[in-house]
Design a protein around this ligand. Structure first.
Ligand code: PRP
Length: 284
């Protein structure tokens, strides 16, 4: 067993840069040399190891790494026993049963006898068992969306993000199996629990900072209660009385994805000097 805590992150693909940034913004200073598998973290008993994203769940449950960043979909498919410590607010997708646009499959029971192409056989079989259908899986590692056109399958189970892959292949969603996002997982038996907790808190600070902005504005005192409903903050907004009794100033954390809509609603309410400030890091 390594003396150091090991964090496994994807070596390539869309999650590689994000994982590196989250750790580095959380104060873990490391540099990957060429295509090396390990990087030592400066001044901390931690090694970062660069792995295939889909191997991270099983390597974490087997104790090769103590913490790992990977897709929640891959954790579900692996069946590995892991503690999900944090959802990272990115990589949101749905795993769905999809059928041809023009077909007559209308409900899960209609899948009886069908061949279902998927790279998520474990989750798919659990779904099929739950719905007591006699469909069986055709297990593949990718490109499942073309398998119906190739005559290999009658339906597919695949990830859907924007839905453009489905549209391009004349498919529609029959049923959703689950929603997933990128997660930070932990081996439940890690001996490095205190250090793992510290890393989780650091990454959490970065994730919250990326997810929220700080919104400040002035609002007529008689509209304060309504404004607080629009910006309830993470826990509670900070409210101050202005020199002019007719006005209050409010400061609250707001989800970045909702900020424009909220600014418009506040403006309609009569708020002025509405300012958004990015949060670099935080502890809440
Ligand atoms: C995933 C998934 C779909 C596509 C869905 O593939 O398998 O093909 O994304 O996204 P959309 O709804 O936005 O079109 P990915 O790009 O991860 O590559 P993969 O085929 O290697 O899984």
């Amino acid at each position: 067993m390594s003396e150091n805590l090991r964090i496994g992150i994807p070596s390539k693909g869309r999650l590689a840069d994000l994982s590196k940034q989250l750790l580095q913004e959380g104060g873990l200073c490391f540099r990957r040399q060429d295509r090396s598998l390990f990087a030592r973290v400066k001044d901390m008993p931690i090694d970062v190891t660069f792995l295939r994203t889909d191997d991270i769940p099983v390597l974490c449950s087997e104790g090769a790494i103590d913490l790992g960043i990977t897709g929640g979909d891959l954790v579900a498919e692996s069946g590995a026993e892991l503690d999900t410590r944090l959802c990272l607010g990115v990589g949101n997708c749905r795993l769905a049963v999809c059928v041809p646009d023009s077909g007559d499959v209308r409900k899960p029971a209609d899948l009886d006898g069908c061949r279902i192409a998927t790279s998520f056989p474990r989750v798919t079989r659990e779904y099929l068992a739950k719905h007591k259908t006699t469909a069986h899986t055709v297990d593949l590692t990718g490109s499942v969306e073309v398998m119906i056109a190739l005559g290999v399958a009658d339906a597919i189970v695949d990830l859907v993000e924007t839905g453009s892959t489905l549209a391009a292949n004349h498919l529609r969603i029959l049923d959703e199996i689950g929603c997933y996002e990128t997660v930070l997982v932990q081996n439940p038996n890690t001996p490095h629990t205190a250090l793992a907790d510290r890393i989780v808190r650091r990454v959490e600070g970065v994730v919250i900072a990326r997810t929220y902005s700080l919104l400040e504005y002035n609002v007529p005192s008689e509209k304060l209660a309504e404004a607080e409903k629009i910006t309830p903050g993470f826990n509670s907004p900070t409210v101050n009385r202005l020199e002019d009794d007719a006005w209050h100033s409010v400061r609250a954390m707001v989800k970045r994805g909702e900020i424009i809509d909220i600014m418009e609603r506040l403006e309609e309410l009569g708020a002025t000097a509405i300012l958004e400030t990015a949060i670099a890091n935080c502890r809440l």
